[in-house]
Design a protein around this ligand. Structure first.
Ligand code: ADP
Length: 546
C-alpha cells in the first residue's frame, strides 16, 4: 500500500522559490569582479534566474544539456546555477586552477554547449577555445560597459544577454532524479572523473547538512562561502543557504586574508566555510594586524585535515566555533562534521579540542563503515583503522559516462580512498588518504597527524609529510617545512617540539626546508609533485641501515 501524500519532486529551483517567497528581502552581497560591492535580494535573484532560463532556452539549450561555468562566487554565478537547473539543464563547474589540458579534457568530456565565465578568465578561454569541441558560445559575467574585446565565439555580456528577457518563465517540472549539476574530481591520478548530481541528491543533501548537528544554518545567519562554487558543489552552500533563509556574502575573486576579513567585518558574517589554507592566511592577517572577529560565530573547515592548533586559535583567541568537516566531490560533498554529542558535554577544553580535530560524525543520509582490504567490517573502537566506505542518496553510484567502471562494493558502498578510525560514539578520524599513508616496517604512520603536529610549532607556516624509501623499513617519514617569514627554526627545534607528542617510531627521520609546498587546484598539498621533487632524496638513517 502506498502512502497518500503529494508527489512534490525535489527540484533545486524550488529552493530559490522558497527563499524569494519566505525570505525575499535577505541579501546576496558580492564583491564583484569589476570591483564594487553589489547587493541584491532573493526576490530579485529569482527573477534574474528566470531570465537566465529564458535566455538559455532562446539559445537552444535543452533538458540535460551541460552549461559550463568558470567563475568566482558572485550573485551572477548563483543566478546562473538556478537558471540552468530551472530549465532542466546541468551546471558544470570548471575549476580555473586546473591545468589547461585538464580543463580542455573536462569541457569536451562533459560536452558543454555553452560557457559562462568571469572577466578574469577570458584570456585563458581565448587560448583554450580552439580545443573545445562542443562549446557554441560564451557568456561573459559582466555588463556592456565592462565587456572586453574578445574573439570568443558568440561572446556577449551577461547583462545584455538576459536584458531582453522579462523573467516571465515557468520553471520546468521533471523527475527529481534528473541530472542537475556536474563537478569533476581533480584527478590527482589519471584523468578527472565527472560526478553528476541530481536535483533530488542536491535537495536532500542541502536539507541534511542544514540541521544543528551539521552546519546549523538559520535565517539569522549571514553566510560567507569562501569555498568556491567550483570546489565540490560549493559544499552545498549555494542550496543550503537560501533554503535556510540566510543572507549570502560572495567573495568574488579576492580570497586573501585582508579581503576576507573586510567582508567578515563589514557584512557582519556569522558563518563561513573554506579549506585550511584560506584560514591560515586569515589567521596570519589577524595576528599581524591585531584585528578581532566580533561577529563571526562559526567556521566550517574541511577539504583537508584541519590542524588542532588552528581550531584552538579560532576558539581561544577569537571565540569562533570550528566545525571540522570531511567530504568529497562524490558525496555532494559533506560526509561528516564534528559537532558535540551530549556524551561529550563535560569535556574540558583540551579534550574537546582533541575531539574537534577528528572529522566528526555522519549526518542523516550518510551511512559509513570501515573495512579491511577483503571488505570485512572493522570495529568502531577508535583504534582500528580501515578503508572508509559510504552509502547514501547524495553519494555517487557511477562516474559520468561510466569512467572508472564499477565503483561500489557488493553492498552498494563507495570506497572513499581514505583510511580512518571510527570511535564507539561514531566520531570518524581520517588517518590518511590510502595512497599517502607511510608504510614503515609493515605498520602505518599517518602523514596527516605528523603535519598537524608540526604546524603547531609557532615558526612553521606549512608542513607536509611524505614517505621516503628506506632500506630497512621500506618507507620512513620526511617532514617538509615552510618557515614563517622572518623565522629560522632548525631541524632540531622542530623535532624537539614534536618529541613526546607522538609514538617515537612515528618521528620523522629528517626535516627539509622549502620556500613553497605545491598545492592542488582545490588548495590541498600536492603529494604527488612533492614525492617527485624528493624522489632522489636520501634519508640520513638510510646510511646507517645499509
Ligand atoms: P579534490 O581533491 O578535488 O579537492 P575532494 O574535495 O572531493 O576533491 O577531495 C576529497 C578528499 O579530501 C577526501 O577523500 C579526503 O581525503 C580529503 N579531505 C576532505 N576533508 C578532509 C578533512 N576534514 N580531513 C582530512 N581529509 C579531508
Amino acid at each position: 500500500m502506498l502512502g497518500l501524500m503529494q508527489d512534490w519532486p525535489l527540484l533545486c529551483h524550488k529552493i530559490i522559490d522558497y527563499a524569494a517567497e519566505q525570505h525575499g528581502h535577505r541579501e546576496i552581497v558580492s564583491r564583484s569582479v569589476e570591483g564594487p560591492i553589489h547587493r541584491i535580494n532573493y526576490i530579485e535573484a529569482r527573477i534574474r534566474a528566470r531570465k537566465v532560463a529564458q535566455a538559455l532556452e532562446r539559445d537552444g539549450i535543452k533538458l540535460g544539456d551541460r552549461v559550463g561555468t568558470l567563475a568566482w562566487n558572485t550573485w551572477r554565478h548563483l543566478e546562473a546555477w538556478y537558471g540552468i537547473t530551472g530549465l532542466g539543464a546541468v551546471y558544470h563547474t570548471l575549476n580555473p586552477r586546473l591545468f589547461p589540458e585538464q580543463l580542455a579534457y573536462i569541457v569536451n568530456h562533459a560536452e558543454d554547449r555553452m560557457i559562462m565565465t568571469d572577466l578574469t578568465f577570458v584570456p585563458l578561454l581565448e587560448k583554450l577555445q580552439e580545443h573545445f569541441k562542443t562549446v557554441e558560445r560564451y557568456i561573459i559575467l559582466t555588463d556592456k560597459e565592462h565587456m572586453p574585446e574578445t574573439n570568443l565565439p558568440g561572446a556577449i555580456a551577461y547583462e545584455e544577454w538576459v536584458g531582453g528577457c522579462d523573467g516571465d518563465f515557468e520553471w520546468r517540472e521533471f523527475d527529481e532524479n534528473t541530472a542537475c549539476g556536474m563537478c569533476y574530481t581533480s584527478g590527482t591520478t589519471g584523468n578527472p572523473k565527472g560526478v553528476l548530481y541530481s536535483h533530488r541528491s542536491n535537495v536532500l543533501h542541502a536539507i541534511s547538512v542544514s540541521v544543528p548537528n551539521v552546519l546549523n544554518l538559520g535565517t539569522g545567519d549571514t553566510i560567507l562561502p569562501v569555498v568556491p562554487m567550483f570546489h565540490a558543489n560549493s559544499w552545498s552552500l549555494a542550496f543550503s543557504a537560501p533554503m535556510a533563509g540566510a543572507a549570502l556574502v560572495m567573495p568574488g575573486a579576492k580570497m586573501d586574508g585582508e579581503s576576507i576579513y573586510e567582508l567578515l567585518e563589514t557584512e557582519r558574517v556569522t558563518f563561513t566555510a573554506a579549506v585550511p589554507t584560506i584560514w591560515m592566511m586569515l589567521l596570519q592577517y589577524l595576528e599581524s594586524s591585531g584585528k578581532e572577529l566580533p561577529y563571526l560565530e562559526r567556521v566550517a573547515i574541511g577539504g583537508s585535515a584541519c590542524p588542532r592548533s588552528m581550531i584552538e586559535k579560532f576558539e581561544v583567541n577569537y571565540g569562533v566555533q570550528v566545525m571540522h568537516a570531511w567530504g568529497m566531490t562524490e558525496m555532494s560533498p559533506i560526509g561528516s562534521t564534528c559537532a558535540m554529542k551530549p556524551e561529550n558535554r563535560d569535556l574540558d577544553l583540551q579534550a574537546r579540542l582533541d575531539l574537534q580535530a577528528t572529522q566528526g560524525y555522519a549526518p542523516f543520509t550518510v551511512e559509513m563503515k570501515i573495512t579491511d582490504d577483503d571488505d570485512v567490517d572493522l570495529p568502531w573502537d577508535g583504534k582500528t583503522f580501515g578503508r572508509l566506505k559510504v552509502r547514501g542518496p547524495g553519494v555517487s553510484r557511477s562516474y559520468f559516462k561510466g569512467e572508472g567502471g564499477e565503483i561500489l562494493d557488493k553492498d552498494g558502498f563507495f570506497d572513499t580512498g581514505d583510511v580512518a578510525t571510527i570511535d564507539p560514539l561514531g566520531y570518524m578520524n581520517i588517518t590518511d588518504r590510502a595512497k599517502d599513508v607511510i608504510k614503515s616496517g609493515g605498520e602505518w604512520i599517518s602523514s596527516i597527524d605528523l603535519e598537524n603536529l608540526a604546524v603547531g610549532h609557532p615558526e612553521v607556516a606549512e608542513a607536509a609529510v611524505i614517505g621516503i624509501h628506506h632500506p630497512k623499513w621500506d618507507e620512513r617519514p620526511l617532514l617538509v617545512i615552510v618557515r614563517k617569514p622572518g623565522t629560522s627554526p632548525t631541524k632540531e627545534d622542530i623535532l624537539a617540539y614534536m618529541d613526546g607528542k607522538i609514538a617515537s617510531w612515528w618521528m620523522p627521520d629528517d626535516v627539509a626546508f622549502v620556500d613553497e609546498i605545491p598545492h592542488t587546484a582545490t588548495g590541498k598539498i600536492q603529494k604527488i609533485t612533492l614525492r617527485d621533487q624528493f624522489k632522489d632524496y636520501r634519508l640520513p638513517t638510510s646510511d646507517a641501515a645499509e
